[in-house]
Ligand binder design. Structure first.
Ligand SMILES: C[S@@+](CC[C@H](N)C(=O)[O-])C[C@H]1O[C@@H](n2cnc3c(N)ncnc32)[C@H](O)[C@@H]1O
Length: 292
């Protein structure tokens, strides 16, 4: 038996016990984590949980909760245990083959929608390309927000593509997902190219927390010695897939803004310093862009 075992408790008591265990282990959000894991174990929505706080926790649900708490105590992120991550207000399934989408990546969505809105393109039949689509969170979100747009997601990982297809179907979004090594096999012309490529340097990879290194696929994180490998591959090929006047937006890692903007400028794209940089909620440069 592991450290956490409960039986004979109602939902409210089970929540308190789970939260206490997670808090004692140093968890940053023990109440929230406990509620999410309890609801998942008992198959309850948040509303069912609030309405049924005094109801009994069935033995099989208690056993599942015990296993989930043990996994959390061993450092597995809650989203991995749930197999679901909320991104820009929608639920995306995640699995071992995909990066767990990060809130920072919502900056890329905000940048794209702001640019499209500002230029009066919201109702246009825009053609979007998402490089390194992973769970599909970026492309599917943009297509859900822009009902007249269509789009293609590329990834080198077949398991990621399978999951992206399933997420698109669950969310009722029509999108194509294609296997490829960045832009090598891409044909067609796009209005907007978006990418959140792997951008961690060798030093970043060496310093990763176990929560990340043990659960996110290495191929979704590793950007080569200085973290810029994927941008160096992608930048020189962008113009062949962007229509004249089309835009490319890239998520970037810490301290990479100037280097990536330089790669885009060297590839013949128009870069306006200041205008083509967006910050995340912590105020760090998170997205850069350029225009064909
Ligand atoms: C940082 S993850 C981004 C996943 C998703 N777009 C997101 O924002 O959560 C990078 C993705 O790029 C994919 N990738 C890595 N190398 C690639 C390559 N050479 N060609 C295409 N995709 C690649 C990985 O499989 C992974 O899904």
């Amino acid at each position: 038996m592991g450290e956490f075992a409960i039986s004979g408790l109602n939902l409210g008591e089970a929540h308190a016990a789970a939260a206490r265990t997670l808090r004692q282990a140093g968890g940053e959000t023990p109440e929230l984590d406990a509620r999410l894991l309890l609801c998942h174990a008992a198959g309850l929505s948040h509303e069912d949980y609030v309405a049924g706080l005094h109801g009994a926790l069935e033995p099989d649900a208690a056993a599942r909760l015990g296993v989930f708490i043990e996994r959390r105590l061993a450092g597995e992120p809650v989203s991995r245990i749930l197999g679901v991550r909320e991104f820009y207000g929608r639920s995306f399934r995640i699995d071992a083959g995909t990066l767990d989408p990060r809130p920072d990546t919502e900056t890329l969505i905000e940048a794209a929608l702001a640019m499209i809105g500002r230029e009066g393109l919201r109702e246009r039949p825009l053609n979007l390309l998402d490089l390194g689509t992973g769970s599909g969170c970026i492309l599917i979100t943009l297509l859900a927000e822009l009902p007249t747009a269509r789009g293609v997601g590329i990834d080198i990982s077949l398991p990621a593509l399978a999951l992206a297809r399933s997420n698109a179907q669950s969310l009722g979004v029509g999108a194509s997902f294609v296997a490829g090594d960045w832009l090598d096999a891409i044909e067609g012309v796009f209005d907007l190219v978006v990418a959140n490529p792997p951008y961690l340097s060798l030093a970043d990879m060496a310093g990763l927390a176990t929560e990340v290194s043990a659960h996110d696929p290495r191929g979704a994180l590793d950007g080569g010695p200085d973290g810029l490998l994927a941008y160096r591959r992608i930048a020189p090929q962008i113009r062949k897939v962007l229509r004249p006047g089309g835009t490319a937006l890239f998520e970037i890692g810490s301290g990479q803004a100037q280097a990536v903007l330089r790669l885009l400028a060297e590839a013949g794209l128009a870069v306006e310093a200041g205008k083509w940089l967006w910050r995340d909620l912590a105020g760090r440069p998170r997205v850069v862009g350029a225009r064909a």
